[in-house]
Design a binder for this molecule. Structure first.
Ligand code: HEM
Length: 323
């Protein structure tokens, strides 16, 4: 879907949009809150020293998307490993060793998907993968390769990006305590704060398009066949669009104008889901641990496309009980 043009793109997208509509996402909010609380309980039990990426930011979106897709919870650690090995494939100029490791991970996930589709055929559930398998089996539906590619895209896009939204949000809010205080006094501002995290520290920094024909964009000539790289993270700091682009501020009216989910026909299918997960995930975390502090500077993941952290050591201190 991500690299297809119409009419294929339209056909793929039509199969999944309903599952990620605003209505479908609203129905998932309570379950997401329960998952967040479960993960916070587990971290609190193992704390006070934790890695917020492994223990929380990665597991929250992964658990949600696994449930949406009808993939077993027991596979989460394996999905994380395949995801970590596969992610460099979205970068440019990677080393051959990383490329091979990525390909092996994709092959392994593809193999797992094929046997999982068989299980869903025998025993379908109320989830998108079961619906896609049924679409596969209708005449004119999806081929096996299309089905597997769609399933892998939804799974990977569903957790390898939102982990960065939550991690980047934690890093920014622990560094800007005044902004956290604003949210504590006005919890209704959380959705705006999530947009500001997406704008200020965009989890997907860039995407690309291949020109089908020669065009002129903003005074630049692009010839047919040329690759155009769109730097979404740069656009999100554009002073022509944002009043004070270099400042992290959870209250501005213009934060929602960001391009963190891209634009046009490939606009992120999971945008509403990601925003809801970011809001629930960050709000629940800071509500439970208001004095949460990072113990050492968090470590950035090496990818230039996916901007986030792969390690975030922190000390948890429980909520203060009012005297
Ligand atoms: C903070 C989290 C997320 C960010 C920043 C993000 C960002 C993006 C961006 C920038 C694109 C468009 C790429 C382009 O224009 O070439 C995209 C597409 C896509 N995203 Fe997300 N995404 C996030 C979460 C999710 C989630 C939770 C899902 C759930 C399934 C998802 C599924 C997809 C899919 C399927 C596409 C392809 C859409 C198409 O090609 O029509 N994303 N995302």
């Amino acid at each position: 879907m991500l690299v297809a043009d119409p009419p294929e793109h339209t056909r793929y997208r039509r199969l999944v949009t309903r599952a990620f509509s605003a209505r479908a996402v609203a129905a998932l909010r309570t379950r997401t809150e329960e998952i967040a609380e479960e993960l916070l309980d587990a971290m609190a039990a193992g704390g006070p020293q934790v890695d917020l990426v492994r223990g929380y930011a990665a597991l929250l979106p992964l658990t949600v998307i696994a449930e949406v897709l009808g993939a077993p919870r027991a596979m989460r650690e394996q999905f994380l490993r395949w995801g970590a090995d596969g992610v460099p494939l979205v970068d440019f100029g990677i080393r051959y060793r990383e490329f091979r490791r990525g390909e092996l991970a994709v092959d392994a996930l593809h193999g797992w998907m094929l046997q999982h589709f068989e299980a869903l055929r025998r025993d379908p559930g109320e989830n998108i993968l079961s619906a896609l398998v049924a679409a596969r089996d209708e005449s004119g539906g999806l081929s096996d390769d299309e089905l597997s590619s769609m399933a892998m895209l939804l799974l990977e896009a569903g957790f390898e990006t939102t982990v960065n939204l939550i991690g980047n949000g934690v890093a920014l809010l622990t560094r800007h305590r005044d902004q956290l205080e604003v949210l504590r006094c006005a919890p209704g501002r959380w959705p705006g704060a999530v947009d500001e995290v997406l704008r200020f520290d965009s989890p997907v920094q860039r995407t690309a398009r291949l020109a089908h024909r020669s065009v002129e964009i903003a005074g630049e000539r692009v010839r047919a066949g040329e690759l155009v790289i769109a730097q979404l993270g740069g656009a999100n700091r554009d002073p022509a669009v944002f009043a004070d682009p270099q400042r992290f501020d959870v209250t501005p009216a213009d934060a929602g104008k960001h391009l963190a989910f891209s634009a046009g026909i490939h606009y992120c299918v999971g945008a509403a889901l990601a925003k809801m997960e970011g809001e629930v995930g960050l709000h629940a975390l800071f509500d439970r641990f208001p004095d949460l502090a990072l113990t050492v500077p968090p470590r950035r993941r090496p990818s230039p496309v996916l901007r986030g952290y792969d390690r975030m050591p922190a000390t948890l201190s429980p909520k203060r009980v009012p005297a």
